[in-house]
Design a protein around this ligand. Structure first.
Ligand code: KG4
Length: 338
């Protein structure tokens, strides 16, 4: 019998619902919240209110696009954390209510596991998926991790950021450059036209496989300050070179530890995931690295890199196979629980 999972994602500022049937994606609907743009960052209270407004139409649309009646659902998977508590509460409460009404189980999903498992979402039954074990470079607005994925329910974090995430480095430097929030996609666009060798920024020297990105942000500011270029037309006139040099430095930092992790583990497959894996430079660099080293690369579809419910549904699907259901008294968590 088919297994049909509704996924719900509400951890930050995207309300998303998706339907997966036996690993095949039937629909994936995302409502992004424009309300935060004027504040230069996500305002948690506004995010949870927007989720409340969006969640019914988004789920309704996802079911309609999938051509699935809600009574056909085998289970409802939802993001339980990490993320903004108020936002998570909306998705969690909705999943519980709907499951009680439909008498189907709920499955709680760790948002970071879902990013890793996004590579198992299939459009057609023949789509290729990674072989275990593989290494996943998980890079988002809040996390930068190197994860050894031994199975869908067995992941080991080999390294993580000790301060800022890669996405924060993009976003915070973009802010200094006067770009809108989130700055990552703007830097990506500008970098394509810039000279990446023009500016040199400091790279961290952290032992092992952990990352650090807060020094880069400081180095970026100091470079401009030393040249007495802050608040001048200089940024505007050289914005493409600044973007390209910054992006290149972030990629070098990411690839340096990725290479170490590949050597340590001896894996043959490398995947990337999370919002920053939408970055063209990162995607090209990882693909090139894998080609050079005889490794298989898994670069996700761009629509599966930022927050989406398709990845929640596929992660929920595997937990459903294990009958690993969630109790109704479980509550969301804001921070990483591994
Ligand atoms: O995974 P995500 O949607 O949110 C978290 O769960 O944190 O990632 C958001 C991050 C932001 O920092 C955003 O600037 C970054 O992903 N991002 C990018 C690109 N698209 C999104 N960074 C660089 N280049 C991009 N094209």
């Amino acid at each position: 019998m088919s297994i049909t999972i509704l996924g719900i994602e509400s951890s930050c500022d995207d309300t998303s619902a998706a339907v997966i049937r036996d690993e095949i994606l039937l629909s994936n609907v995302i409502a992004s919240q424009g309300v935060h743009a004027e504040y230069g960052g996500v305002v948690p209270e506004l995010a949870s209110r927007a989720h409340q407004q969006n969640i019914v139409p988004v789920i309704d649309t996802a079911l309609k696009r999938a051509g699935v009646d809600r009574h056909e659902l085998s289970a409802i998977a939802f993001t339980r954390g990490p993320g903004l508590l108020g936002s998570l509460l909306v998705g969690t409460s909705f999943a519980k209510g709907l499951s009680l009404a439909l008498r189907c189980p709920i499955v709680d999903v760790n948002h970071l596991h879902a990013h890793v498992l996004s590579h198992f979402i299939k459009r057609t039954p023949d789509d290729r998926v990674p072989q275990y074990p593989f290494l996943c470079l998980l890079i988002s607005g809040g996390n930068s991790q190197l994860v050894l994925v031994k199975d869908y329910n067995n992941m080991e974090i080999l390294g993580r950021t000790i301060d800022d995430a890669a996405g924060e480095a993009f976003d915070k430097c973009a802010k200094v450059m006067g770009l809108p929030y989130p700055g990552g996609p703007h830097i990506d666009r500008l970098a394509a036209e810039g000279d990446a060798t023009r500016f040199k920024f400091a790279k961290p020297h952290i032992a092992g496989l952990d990352y650090s990105f807060s020094g880069l942000k400081t180095s970026f500011l100091y470079t401009l300050r030393d040249m007495k270029k802050v608040d001048s037309d200089f940024i505007t006139n050289n914005i493409a070179d600044l973007a390209a040099s910054l992006q290149k430095t972030i990629i070098d930092i990411l690839l340096d530890k990725l290479d170490k992790a590949v050597r340590q583990t001896g894996v043959k497959t490398v995947a990337i995931g999370g919002g920053v894996s939408a970055n063209s430079g990162v995607r090209n660099a990882v693909q090139q690295y894998c080609d050079t080293h005889g490794l298989t690369a898994f670069i996700p579809e761009r629509s599966f890199t930022t927050d989406n419910a398709a990845m929640v549904a596929i992660a929920g699907y595997y937990k459903y196979l294990d009958k690993n259901f969630c109790r109704y008294d479980e509550t969301p968590y804001a921070r990483v629980m591994v």
